[in-house]
Design a protein around this ligand. Structure first.
Ligand code: IPE
Ligand code: IPE
Ligand code: MG
Length: 546
């Protein structure tokens, strides 16, 4: 399906006068292949195979062909992001989603829910944005551009600039900004991979390929045609790892994956590319290190395990002072607490743990102390040095990069990349993080989009605003813990923790271990969350009194 979409997309993008005729020729050949149940072209044969094996509906194909044909002939100029989304969704979304939903439903018993549809929509958005950036120059020669025009204007980029193919600072800024947007959409799209293991491999591969393209674009690699510039070796590695994982997963699930009864099962098409040596799959993650005292996580919490726990790790300085040690020693002692709490989160099955490492206000402290904190954070974020990253832990980070040492940024970015495939626990480290700075930066970006005409003021809703935050995919905080005995938020996650349950512990951070986390979770599990509505008891009373 992807290959087929890709071919049509390339044909309509090709910028040739005969693009429409070439699409017609492809569509005719596709219809013949579908009627015969096989074909000579590898992409058409693969699609025919999928359609016949799984008896997929083809009713929407003609409409989709017609839209591609129209796209080749006359793509409109977009005056806003809303228009842009609407156009591409109409073009590529319904057919793909309907087919995928049917395929999954029939083959795996999985039903796509609204969250999955959103993930698919996000991926489609990212795909079209990457494509638009890739084709900027070629499109400009045709006198068009596949981006909202106000976005170009806001960056001071003109069609004439694009035609020259020169990489002006304005163009560079435009590409960087849109790459950040596309990466964010791909983060959102990742949710679909949690639905089904056999689908996950293919889905992640699609996401990785898009990210490769984006990085190439950010580095200023080709902005027209072809998939050159992404690094053939990298592409091959991503593709073949994906293919291997998909094959293994489908095989493992073979018993349940049978085509619908009675459907003809054509022989699978031969491999589309020569077989190359398979890369070794990544090492499986180690289990969490057990608790030193043998403590085990509380049982029976069921669905009351919070999805997202955030911690203000406070009290390091006082811990050191109590022992007559300099403050930095307290921060160093905090590292082992951090490790133990991460293991506790893994053992309890908490999906998201977010830790406050350095606030935007902490720069007020003596330089030597800040430096020590930054050094420890750099060590802790280094996947080669920090043992938690040998576990099923994925690192994200949140904060402003400005002012952070390059070594720390490198460690964060590289571990984020290296652990991106992990799903056990998402550990988000907040470094140079401030809630007001995060919201202000989001408002600034959004204001830019509104001023540029890309977003209409009436479209500004809470979910839209959240897309502009540092980590749009970070879910709402369920439980916020602060150690060290103070009862305040100190500018930590004001947006995400709007409805969090707060638990304050007197324990100084270096004295905490996973049992402290578990106790806080038990406290949380006993609380009633009402989100502005009525509690269980009140609701019950209301029903009984009516
Ligand atoms: C929290 O511990 C760690 C950071 C702010 C990095 P503190 O250093 O604030 O410790 P106290 O609050 O002074 O004891
Ligand atoms: C919050 O603790 C910041 C971190 C834990 C990183 P602080 O110790 O800086 O907070 P205040 O200054 O006591 O509010
Ligand atoms: Mg403090």
């Amino acid at each position: 399906m992807y290959g087929h979409g890709r071919v049509l997309d390339d044909l309509s993008d090709s910028g040739r006068a005969d693009a429409a005729e070439r699409i017609d020729a492809w569509v005719r050949a596709m219809e013949e292949d579908l009627a015969r149940g096989t074909g000579t072209d590898p992409v058409r044969r693969a699609l025919t195979h999928a359609v016949t094996t799984w008896d997929l509906p083809t009713g929407q194909l003609p409409a989709s062909f017609a839209t591609y044909r129209r796209d080749a002939a006359e793509r409109p100029g977009f005056t806003s992001w809303e228009q842009w989304h609407a156009y591409w969704h109409a073009l590529s979304f319904p057919v793909g989603v309907t087919r995928l939903a049917t395929l999954l439903g029939e083959a795996t018993g999985t039903r796509l829910g609204p969250r999955d549809a959103e993930a698919l929509r996000r991926w489609t958005d990212a795909f079209n944005l990457v494509d638009a950036l890739r084709d900027l120059r070629q499109d400009a020669h045709l006198g068009r551009v596949a981006l909202p025009l106000p976005v170009l204007a806001a960056h001071g980029v003109t069609l004439a600039d694009l035609r020259t193919g020169r990489r002006t600072p304005q163009l560079h800024a435009l590409v960087r900004e849109l790459a950040v947007t596309a990466h964010g959409w791909l983060d959102d799209a990742d949710g679909l991979a949690d639905r089904h293991p056999a689908l996950a491999a293919s889905w992640r591969t699609l996401i990785r390929l898009q990210r490769l393209q984006l990085r190439a674009l950010e580095r200023g690699r080709p902005r027209s045609g072809g998939r050159r510039g992404t690094g053939r070796l990298r592409r091959a590695l991503v593709l073949h790892t994906g293919r291997l994982h998909a094959a293994l997963n489908w095989r493992r699930l073979g018993a349940v994956l049978t085509p619908p009864q009675g459907a003809p099962v054509p022989a699978p098409p031969p491999p589309l590319t020569p077989v190359v040596p398979r890369p070794r799959p990544a090492e499986p993650p180690l289990p969490p290190r057990p608790h030193a005292g043998g403590a085990r996580p509380p049982a029976g919490l069921g669905d009351r395990v919070p999805r997202h726990v955030a911690i203000i790790m406070d009290g390091n300085g006082r811990w050191a002072a109590e022992r007559g040690l300099p403050r930095p020693r307290g921060h160093a002692a905090g590292q082992s607490a951090l490790r133990d709490v991460v293991y506790g989160a893994l053992e309890l099955g908490i999906p998201h743990l977010t830790l406050y490492g350095l606030s935007t206000e902490n720069w007020k402290r003596p330089a030597a102390e800040v430096e020590e904190i930054l050094r420890l954070l750099g060590e802790g974020a280094d996947a080669d040095r920090e043992e938690v990253f040998a576990r099923d832990v994925r690192l994200w980070w949140s904060g402003l990069p400005e002012g952070l040492p390059a070594g720390l940024l490198d460690a964060l970015e590289s571990t984020v990349r290296r652990t991106a495939h992990r799903r056990g626990l998402t550990l988000t480290l907040c470094v140079n993080y401030g809630g007001r700075a995060e919201i202000t930066a989001a408002a600034r970006k959004l204001a830019g989009d509104v001023a540029g005409g890309g977003v209409h003021p009436s479209a500004v809703t809470a979910p839209l605003f959240a897309r502009y935050l540092h980590r749009p995919a970070l879910p709402d905080v369920d439980l916020l813990i602060r150690t060290g005995g103070d009862h305040r938020l100190s500018n930590f996650l004001p947006w995400q923790a709007a409805y969090a349950e707060l638990v304050f512990l007197d324990t100084l951070w270096p004295d905490l271990d996973r049992t402290g986390l578990w106790r806080a979770v038990e406290t949380y599990a006993r609380r009633e969350r009402r989100f502005g509505g009525l509690g269980e008891a009140a609701a019950q009373g209301r029903i009984e009194s009516t």
